[in-house]
Design a protein around this ligand. Sequence first.
Ligand code: FES
Ligand code: FES
Length: 166
Amino acid sequence: MSVRILEQMGLIELVVNGERRTGVAEPRTLLSDFLRHELGLTGTHVGCEHGVCGACTVEIDGRLARSCITLAVQVQGSSVRTIEGVATSDSFHPIQEALRDNYGLQCGFCTPGFVLTMRALLAQNQHPSETEIREFLSGNVCRCTGYAGIVAAVQDAAHRLAEAPS
Ligand code: FES
Ligand code: FES
């Protein structure tokens, strides 16, 4: 690595999935690359790298964001949730179980982004209609499933979350 690049590296401090984390990044380092290569959180997938497909979706301070068009320096001091922070260590999140049980994934490449997006939808609307589900998920692309299983999974997850102990 050149001396010039090393001089430009900065320390990023943030909270990721509830844990304080630090890492170094260049001013141009994308959040997706920072999460994957600096912090080792490879569950955030990178597809289009243009903010179009939703595979890289994460939560920043409680709001969905595309990590492929966010710079790592922009999350300095923020709280970030990735797919690794959705489930507990010994069990899947009800959304993940619903995706599995409703054939809402095949290759799984798009799934982390969908899970974060579905989670945000169900946090603000506990019983979304099919139209509301399709509209909310319209920024996430899946090339395998045809979406029917994903929509069914959101409806199933809504029931599971309603029945889950608070
Ligand atoms: S990789 Fe970020 S939106 Fe496609
Ligand atoms: S499951 Fe393959 S892209 Fe969605």
